[in-house]
Design a protein around this ligand. Structure first.
Ligand code: DGJ
Length: 730
């Protein structure tokens, strides 16, 4: 495991437990991609400088060598305009007005550990021995523009990360139009399907899977956010790949802004797969002596299907992406007042919810939107982070004390990045929002976006939030963000740099998050963007859980949580039991099913428990007790998808504790059918020889439950569900 360099062949072999990644320097210093896949002994790669018959439509960038053409060579970090006609990874405009650069291998170093990426979130190591990093330097001799390609392989996680740093060591300014983070050229291989997670508000991360054919595909966001519509994740899978079988090549970007990923097949049947910041929302004027890093992409190869890919991402993200006090701690069962009250609350309503939820065993009360400024609807107040004492005469202190006295934590909602035109902040600083002079400022939910590329705006937010967070015992923050960017521009940046604003915004956001989360290290931060509009690894780095979706309907949530689990672990997914009829789709589902869906993730509630019927309150208390019994396994165990909500009339998933002792199975039957026997369910990844005891006293062998299956209990009515807990007894 690690990184090996064979100087006689100028060949690099990066390996983890189960994967190999090969690179080679050929010809006049061209860096070619050799292989990515199941771990192999280092082969002799094909002679990439002698690949094609001479063809006048594949031009030759090397003097006197008509066999070399970038049109056919599998390239590691392709530039544009020198015989490579696919999408480049880098595109620049030089001071001369030309775009041609010819980066060639100059040197490399291999270091233990994983250096941080300046200003950007990334996965990390605790000890240098956990990973090795290769940095290959490419130089364009004419301009002295340098590209450092960074590769880290983790020893324990079967994952690798890539990003680049572009440096200007020349004497003239260079405009970067496109700087992707990663590019993989699969040589003569296009036997793939493309998988991605698409959606919309309240319908996030559904699964799409299509054959790539011999064409190009783009999965991207141009919204200034990683987005509800497309997650920054793609995977190339073999046509026969399933949950438990087959090859998967996946990329997930540690970035919260506009991204692009592209898959294209060239005329020789090779596939290019790439990911990085979306060039439509990016440009960077790189002055002499300066450098800029790209965000990181986490790349996972799995030979045993999508389930294995997910478990690799889950473990890495739990252990080496999330950080801080709560990274590996059991997360509290919370209750949030949003769907219970919306903006219509007073101190007594909130206190009644706190009192009842404490009786039922909940551990954290979260006061959502509406506690500050003139925020009595979504029309005003964002930006004015001052407690509304008319609504809350005893301030936040009064509520925090009420919760703390009853043994609960107190948490608070913010939407720091936004401003309502109807706010004191906007009246004082109308130029503090993203805007283009003379153009209409398109509102969304009556709000505009603060210009986080400006340091004074960043400092204002750090100060304003800090005052509230220090004012009383706040132990949780929900960080919301409820619109996408339009008319991007900044009032203070020069004209030639206006296209830098979207990325500068992200850098500003990360600075604020880094400052606030390290100033208040014990606060549990949960991110939200109208639900899961910014469910990405960059945000998870700072805030180790995300409100998965504004859609709390249990049936809809099956699809959303199934898709989300492709990349993100259950502990990252906040899931609440809400009222029926459901506020988003008006469906009525049983309380037990709503709980079983939420209990497969980071469990919480979002309804007025003080107004519930007594028997429902009793049921809620039982569910909470039950969740406490399985919480560690749900939040930190291994996750197995058993039955997809996308096909058939039932869905199921299973969790296995870190010590392999506790197994939890959830089964959700969608619609009741007449005259139909309950299905058997086959479990996965149990120890075939071990005995497991179910709660009803049945004792079964692992192999029996995996190959014969377990009988499910009778479930009456639509949207019924069951939760089965078992313990390994020998
Ligand atoms: C959108 C979030 O997704 C909701 O949970 C809630 O916090 C509202 N914003 C409040 O405005």
């Amino acid at each position: 495991m690690g990184i090996e360099y064979k100087s006689e062949f100028k060949q690099f072999h990066l390996s983890t437990n189960q994967t190999s990644y090969l690179l080679q320097v050929v010809g006049d210093g061209h860096l070619v991609h050799g292989y990515w896949g199941k771990r192999i002994h280092t082969p002799l790669l094909p002679n990439f400088t002698d690949l094609v018959e001479v063809c006048s439509f594949s031009p030759n960038p090397e003097e006197d060598n008509l066999a070399v053409s970038f049109d056919v060579m599998p390239r590691e970090y392709p530039d544009y305009g020198r015989s490579d006609y696919q999408s480049p990874a880098i595109d620049v405009t030089l001071a001369s007005g030309h775009r041609i650069i010819a980066p060639v291998y100059e040197s490399h170093i291999i270091v233990d550990g994983k250096p941080e990426i300046e200003g950007l979130p990334s996965s990390y190591v605790l000890e240098a021995s956990e990973a090795s990093t290769l940095i290959i330097t490419l130089r364009d001799q004419m301009t002295d523009m340098v590209i450092d390609l960074h590769y880290t392989v983790f020893n324990q996680y079967d994952a690798m990360t890539r990003h680049v740093v572009v440096r200007n060591e020349g004497s003239e300014s260079i405009k970067l139009n496109k700087v992707l983070s990663t590019n993989v050229d699969f040589y003569q291989d296009h036997d793939f399907e493309l998988m991605n997670l698409y959606g919309a508000w309240a319908r996030e991360r559904h699964i799409s899977r299509i054959p790539i054919g011999r064409s190009s595909h783009v999965v991207d966001s141009k919204r200034g956010a990683s987005s509800h519509e497309q997650n920054p994740f793609i995977a190339l899978v073999r046509p026969d790949t399933t949950e438990d079988y087959g090859e998967v090549y996946a990329m997930n970007m540690v970035y919260s802004g506009s991204f692009t990923s592209e898959v294209s097949v060239n005329c020789y049947g090779g596939t290019r797969m790439q990911m990085g910041i979306n060039p439509i929302d990016f440009s960077w004027q790189l002055e002499p002596g300066k450098e800029i890093p790209s965000p990181e992409v986490v790349m996972v190869y799995a030979s045993e299907g999508l389930g294995q890919m997910s478990r690799i991402y889950h473990k890495l993200y739990r252990e080496r992406l999330m950080k801080g006090h709560w990274q590996s701690k059991e997360r509290p069962i919370l209750i949030n007042n949003w769907e219970a009250t919306y903006f219509d609350f007073d101190e007594e309503t909130i206190k009644s919810i706190i009192r009842e939820s404490a009786t039922l065993g909940m551990e954290l009360f979260v006061l959502d939107d509406g506690w500050f400024g003139d925020r009595n609807s979504d029309k005003a107040g964002l930006g004015d982070w001052i407690v509304n004492m008319e609504k809350l005469p005893n301030g936040l202190q009064g509520l925090a004390k009420e919760a703390n006295d009853l043994g609960m934590k107190f948490g608070l909602w913010f939407e720091p990045e936004m401003v309502n035109p109807d706010s004191d902040l906007y009246r004082k600083h109308p130029d503090w929002c993203l805007h283009v002079p003379g153009r209409f400022r398109s509102p969304a939910r009556n709000q505009l976006i603060l210009d986080l590329s400006r340091i004074e705006v960043q400092d204002y937010l750090i100060e304003a939030m800090g005052q509230i967070l220090s004012s009383t015992n706040i132990e949780y923050v929900k960080w919301d963000m409820n619109r996408n960017m339009t008319e991007v521009g900044s009032a203070i940046i020069e004209g030639s740099r206006q296209l830098e604003v979207t990325h500068r915004y992200m850098l500003g956001l990360y600075r604020i998050l880094e400052t606030i989360t390290s100033t208040y290290p014990n606060i549990l931060f949960e991110s939200c963007s109208g639900g899961g509009g910014r469910f990405d690894p960059a945000i998870l780095h700072y805030m180790p859980q995300t409100w998965t979706s504004d859609d709390t309907d249990s049936y809809e949530r099956l699809k959303i949580q199934w898709g989300t689990s492709m990349v993100y672990p259950p502990v990252a997914m906040a899931a609440h039991v809400s009222e029926v009829p459901n506020h988003q789709v008006h469906r009525i589902t049983p309380l037990e099913t709503r709980a079983h869906v939420a209990m497969a993730a980071n469990f919480g509630f979002e309804l007025n428990v003080a107004k519930m019927a007594v028997e429902d309150q009793r049921a809620v208390k039982d569910m909470i007790d039950r969740y406490k019994m399985v919480r560690r396994t749900v939040q930190y165990g291994d996750f197995y998808r058993l039955k997809s909500p996308y096909d058939g009339n039932g869905s199921s998933w299973m969790l296995k504790s870190e010590d392999d002792k506790q197994i939890i199975v959830y089964y959700y039957r969608h619609l009741a059918e007449p005259n139909n026997m309950e299905a058997k369910l086959k479990l996965k990844h149990l120890d075939p020889e071990a005995m497991y005891e179910l709660e009803d006293g049945r004792v079964m062998h692992g192999d029996t439950m995996m190959h014969f299956g377990i009988r499910l209990p009778f479930m009456a009515g639509d949207f019924a569900s069951t939760m089965i807990v078992m313990n390994r007894i020998g």
